[in-house]
Design a protein. Structure first.
Lengths: 265, 290
């Protein structure tokens, strides 16, 4: 469960470049909500996710994950509750380290680390099992360096890592945007599967309106640092790309980026 | 000739701790840490002054290592808490250590003439001459350090430390405090560097406040030579390559001196060597792009 109360974030405060990226966000996700986030460039989608993840402090407001308030918690401490996948496939994994080493670190997300030997046989078997689910043949390549894998493979592993220990909240920041359409579809299907399997509370940013409609039980639309539309359940199921385009038109011409229009066709 | 060969390899082994220290910061953590220029003579200074005041030479090396840890932690603190770039943080500590080292010794250098050192101790224990005693110490120390680091970087904390250098964003998302890891890495690195300083100080029979000049370049040269000659296929391989790189560097230096290069030009030679080695990837890319 996630609750965000009146969150405000301004970048470059007091300078000529001052930009209020979030103008008072209120959002509550119930346990197991899979919420997609759409909006044009600069709408504040990534700022919202990064604020929740603790990449930077917010100016006002409160963030709760479950019963825990995390507003002032540093990023690395929040990691205990949050699984994350980034837009850039290079960011989610350590490229110069083995697949196994990456998984070892994910297996200990938010736990205190010690001086015990990190490579354990029983974990290795578990890693192989999880990797086999991807159907990419990676289960036999545990000692391969991450950097040798394709973007799609790395993103799939990042997803696996983010959900290895069940997170209270899964944050996906356009995690398929850098992939080719076929790979993107595979990663999206995997996302859907993992979210359903673990009943994960999820926020997924996407530029693709169809994906936003196809996946999840809830959808929010952002514009100029505000949530301008919030729809769930049956109502969301009935929603079409046309409806979304109309909402954007009401919000103003800046609300829609070319990429989204192209993606809608 | 045997003297020269054994002496050169021994030098390489004793200096390899410095190289390993530089490897931890420069390659594992991906920061260039100049603290070594201060922590190396600091190790020698601590060890020398403690020996002259009657302490066991082995124990004096341990204390020197602790001194190095403090120096590294200071740089780490300046870098992570005061947000000063790592390069500058290292320079600040290095400069500060110059005064600290003078305070430790009370003067610019301390002689260990006719004092017990680890080498004379081992010599009287095994009945070996100084040359072989030093060689044995060198082999032992390098082997222990390699085993220790192989173990450490395979532990949970060691793995997280490596990941911090490769991708800090990723490892933060796994709940690791990257600041702590950076401080830890600098601390370990400078401990090895100070121990190296202590060993070298005892081997040459004195500690001098100026003996740290150019140590970062020597360390880099060893790391890079090791990588080029012996490869970086796995972590263990990289680690051993650093030690071997340190030996090769000493052989190269011995060879150019033997061929008549004035010793005064050594640092210039080393600097050019490192500059060429570091720029090889860029030059190669340019060459291929033509």
């Amino acid at each position: 469960m996630l609750e965000v109360k009146h969150m405000v974030k301004t970048f470059f405060k007091g300078t000529i470049n001052e930009k209020t990226a979030l103008q008072g966000i209120d959002l509550k996700l119930e346990e197991g909500d899979f919420c997609t986030v759409i909006g044009g460039n600069g709408a504040g989608k990534s700022t919202l996710l990064n604020s929740i993840a603790g990449v930077f402090p917010v100016d006002e407001g409160q963030i709760f994950i479950g019963d825990t308030e995390v507003t002032k918690m540093p990023e690395y401490k929040r990691a205990k509750y949050i699984g994350r996948v980034f837009q850039d496939p290079m960011v989610g994994t350590a490229g110069n380290m083995q697949i196994e080493e990456n998984l070892i670190l994910a297996m200990r997300r938010g736990k205190s680390l010690g001086l015990s030997w990190a490579f354990k046989d029983n974990e290795k078997a578990f890693f192989k099992e999880r990797l086999a689910l991807l159907g990419l043949g990676l289960e036999d390549r545990l000692s391969a360096r991450m950097g040798l894998l394709s973007g799609g493979q790395r993103q799939s592993i990042t997803l696996l890592m983010a959900t290895m220990l069940r997170p209270e909240l899964l944050l996906l920041d356009e995690h398929t945007a850098a992939l080719d359409p076929k790979t993107a579809e595979n990663v999206l299907q995997l996302t859907d599967k993992l979210v359903a399997e673990h009943n994960l509370t999820t926020l997924m940013i996407t530029h693709n309106m169809r994906d936003a409609l196809r996946f999840g039980n809830r959808l929010i639309m952002m514009n100029a640092g505000r949530i301008i539309y919030d729809v769930k359940g049956e109502e969301k199921k009935q929603l079409t790309v046309q409806d979304l385009l109309q909402k954007f038109e009401v919000a103003g011409e800046n609300a829609l980026s070319d990429r989204m229009v192209l993606g809608a066709k | 000739m045997l003297d020269l060969v054994v002496g050169t390899i021994t030098q390489g082994l004793l200096w390899s701790l410095l190289a390993v220290g530089v490897f931890i910061t420069f390659r594992v953590l991906d920061v260039a840490d100049l603290t070594v220029e201060g922590s190396f003579p600091m190790g020698a200074a601590i060890s020398a002054i403690l020996i002259t005041s009657g302490m066991n030479p082995v124990l004096s090396i341990v204390v020197a290592g602790i001194g190095g840890m403090i120096a590294g932690a200071v740089t780490g603190w300046i870098h992570t808490k005061l947000k000063i770039p790592a390069l500058l943080a290292g320079i600040l500590t290095m400069i500060a250590l110059y005064s600290v080292n003078l305070h430790i010794m009370g003067k610019a250098n301390v002689s260990l003439l006719r004092m017990d050192t680890v080498y004379t101790m081992l010599g009287s224990l095994l009945g070996t001459v100084n040359m072989w005693s030093a060689a044995i110490v060198g082999v032992l120390v390098a082997a222990v350090v390699c085993l220790l680091l192989f173990w450490f970087f395979g532990t949970e904390i060691g793995t997280a430390l490596r990941a911090t250098g490769v991708n800090p964003q990723m490892i933060r998302a796994q709940g690791v405090n990257t600041d702590t890891m950076i401080v830890l890495g600098l601390l370990i690195s400078n401990a090895f560097v100070a121990v190296s300083g202590a060993l070298i100080g005892q081997a040459q029979g004195f500690a001098d406040v100026g003996m740290g000049i150019g140590t970062i370049v020597i360390g880099l040269a060893s790391v890079i030579i090791g990588e080029v000659v012996f490869g970086t296929k796995s972590f263990v391989r990289s680690l051993i390559a650093v030690v071997l790189g340190s030996i090769v560097y000493r052989i190269v230096i011995a060879a150019v001196l033997y061929m008549g290069m004035p010793p005064n030009d050594l640092k210039l030679f080393t600097a050019i060597l490192v500059a060429i080695a570091l720029s090889l990837p860029t030059l190669k890319a340019k060459w291929l792009a033509r």
